[in-house]
Design a protein. Structure first.
Lengths: 376, 300
């Protein structure tokens, strides 16, 4: 019976030796993102962005005199695969994980990284992601509550909508955004005539939309993903519902326009500044490098957000000259206005990124965006 | 009232897609007593085949009646061929084996097809061009119907009525019914059972291909794993109408579509699936063999 502890102890020593010998050569960075599945183009952009930054670091000799190695795990945007990825990446001995794209997949892996002391930075926008206050977690985007406040301001103060419809799906991100939006709208005494849910991926939303049509809304807000948002917009137009369509941040993707087809024109999308209008020099440089290396642009700003998370981690690592994740985390919590691609990066004590600035875009006939709010 | 009629149009559109897919399940079951679980994945595959045929032959921006007909015919032919191969490789060797083996083989074949689609066309969502059908919309009072919906409703009704007469009025149809009742007796009467089964797979797969193409044209975005959802709904429709029964599959499909639209429209989308399965259970409790019963033809 007392063989077991001994065996376990020797095993632990062995593995410690193994990981120590590996750690001597390289620093491993994990990517957990939807490389396949519905949100594949976002996941691939994140992976490409991380590889680009890592290549640039390695060309200059890596960090702390070591090369950086990227290990990618495909979570398909699902919680189940995310849990598997978390195990895999922790076992690989990564120091930090970039991703995932969806809040659901991020949340499912969060605790595993926290227990293993692996840093994680994600663009997931669910407010619930920072509620545990894990010292390992850093949100590189802005929380749904910030977007919800902006939406309430835009709907009530700017557009003066009288009849508002709020739609969402059952995902962690979408449920959270809809709840936050409802709360923000209620605080402004807005008139929400219908709050409903659609099932993501079911393609046929005409029944729900027909019901909405009879209520004659001024605006339909959809706080879900682009794969459903594009179809909703197309079917709204098809049913002749006159209301404005406003998509939440996850509708900002080229596939939204492809799915909506000719109906995309006139749709409104809310998001932080898109890659092409970011005024910073590092943003322009990054996009030029990305274009040169992959011969395309990133799908949306989300890849850039994740890249900023990675840059913040590598920067801190270099400054402190340590691989100790706890020390890096402590320093990152005090980080103020680190020059990011997507703007200054400042983290709060619970890993929240602060300083959000949202915009509303109107999709033009050529699928380009025109900023309609804030009007400057 | 407008809203009610609009919901009927919505429901019948998706319902006729379910019906087309359900026919594939029910025809195979009627003849072979086998649930062809790979059928949903054939439907998904046909959307991808159709998209490739369209972009390869005509390019992105050509819309003409000839192009549309060519795409439908080509795709139906290719998918029918895959259906026949499926039967040859996955079902024929197991025809005398216990029924469970054939079902497992069907599930396996479904995975093979699904993963082949993923490997050939990639895991990303593929998007159909928006101009395959004209974007005409007709409006009657408050009820709107699109050209694509009219095409879906029209073509699927024509196909279903045609199939009904084919099964009941032609010589091959009579042979199909004979094989469905008793394969051995049919063989003794000089009917080539293998050939009949092949015909069943050709028709079932081709109808599935039409459904798959409509899904692509109507909803635009297609994914390699969407066959599961359409397959499951169509399977439920087939059981609801009475599996093995051709008018039953049509009725089941249309009912399922209508029922879903009405529940979503008047109660809530959260409850649509729950109510659908409650309806299925209720039907099966009172009519265990489905609304129209199980047999293709009556044993006299």
């Amino acid at each position: 019976m007392n063989m077991l502890p001994k065996f376990a102890a020797s095993l632990a020593v062995c593995s410690a030796l193994v990981s120590a010998s590996v750690a001597a050569d390289v620093i491993k960075i994990g990517v957990q993102a939807p490389i396949t599945g519905e949100y594949a183009n976002e996941g691939q952009s994140i992976n490409n962005g991380v590889k680009l930054i890592v290549d640039q670091y390695n060309a200059k000799g890596g960090v702390l005199g070591k090369k950086i190695e990227v290990i990618t795990c495909d979570d398909q945007g699902t919680a189940q695969q995310a849990a598997i990825c978390a195990k895999k990446l922790v076992n690989e001995g990564v120091k930090a994980v970039i991703g995932s794209y969806t809040s659901g997949a991020t949340e499912a892996a969060q605790t595993a990284y926290f227990r293993a002391g692996v840093l994680q930075t994600s663009d997931g926008t669910s407010d619930s992601l920072t509620k545990h206050k894990y010292w390992t977690f850093f949100r590189n985007s802005f929380p749904n509550s910030a977007e919800a406040d902006y939406i309430a301001e835009y709907f009530v103060d700017a557009k003066k909508y009288k009849k508002i419809v709020v739609l969402s799906d059952y995902s962690s991100y979408s449920t959270d955004l809809a709840a936050a939006t409802m709360k923000a709208l209620k605080a402004k005494n807005a008139n929400v005539i219908y709050e409903g849910k659609i099932k993501a991926g079911t393609q046929n939303f005409t029944a729900t939309l027909t019901k909405i049509k009879s209520m004659e809304p001024d605006v339909i807000f959809f706080g879900g993903y682009y794969t459903d948002g594009g179809l909703l917009r197309a079917q709204q137009e098809q049913l002749g519902i006159k209301a404005d369509f406003v998509g939440g941040d996850s509708n900002d993707n080229p596939d939204f326009m492809k799915l909506a087809g000719s109906s995309a024109k006139g749709a409104y999308l809310v998001n932080v500044p898109t890659p092409d209008i970011l005024p910073y020099d590092i943003a322009k440089q990054f996009l030029a490098d990305y274009q040169a290396k992959f011969n395309m642009m990133p799908s949306s700003v989300w890849a850039l957000m994740n890249v900023d998370g990675l840059r913040a981690i590598l920067h801190t690592m270099e400054q402190l000259k340590t691989e100790d994740t706890k020390a890096i985390s402590d320093s990152m919590h005090k980080m103020k206005d680190f020059p990011g691609i997507t703007g200054p990066v400042t983290f709060r004590e619970d890993g929240e990124r602060i300083g959000a600035g949202y915009m509303t875009y109107e999709v033009q006939a050529d699928n380009k965006y025109k900023i309609v709010y804030p009007t400057k | 009232m407008d809203i009610f009629i609009q919901q009927m149009v919505n429901g019948l559109t998706i319902g006729s897609l379910y019906a087309l897919v359900a026919l594939g399940y029910t025809m195979v079951y009627g003849v072979m007593r086998l649930i062809n679980f790979a059928h949903g994945d054939l439907v998904a595959m046909s959307a991808f085949v159709g998209l490739t045929v369209y972009t390869q032959i005509f390019g992105e921006n050509i819309t003409s009646l000839v192009a549309v007909i060519t795409v439908f015919v080509f795709t139906a032919a290719i998918v029918a061929l895959v259906g026949v191969l499926l039967e040859r490789l996955a079902y024929r060797p197991l025809r005398t084996a216990p029924r469970l083996s054939a079902v497992v083989s069907a599930l396996g074949a479904g995975l093979v097809i699904q993963n082949s689609v993923m490997l050939i066309w990639g895991p990303n969502m593929k998007i159909f061009p928006s101009n395959i059908f004209p974007s005409t919309i007709w409006s009657f009072g408050g009820v709107v119907i699109t050209f694509t919906q009219v095409m879906i409703l029209g073509l699927s009704s024509i196909l279903m009525v045609g199939l009904y007469f084919f099964i009941n009025r032609t010589k091959i149809g009579t042979a199909i019914r004979a094989v469905a009742i008793d394969q051995d007796a049919a063989k003794l009467m000089g009917i080539n059972v293998n050939r009949i089964i092949m015909i069943i797979f050709v028709i079932g797969s081709a109808l599935g291909a039409v459904a798959g193409l409509f899904i692509g044209v109507y909803y635009r975005g297609v994914t390699f794993d969407m066959g599961w959802m359409y397959g499951l709904n169509a399977f439920v429709a087939a059981i609801m109408g009475g599996i093995g029964n051709i008018p039953g599959a049509m009725l089941g499909g249309l009912m399922l579509g209508l029922f879903n639209a009405m529940i979503t429209g008047y109660i809530s989308s959260q409850w649509a699936e729950t109510f659908t399965f409650v309806l299925l259970i209720v039907i099966l409790v009172f009519r265990p063999t489905g609304i129209l019963g199980e047999k293709v033809a009556e044993k006299v």
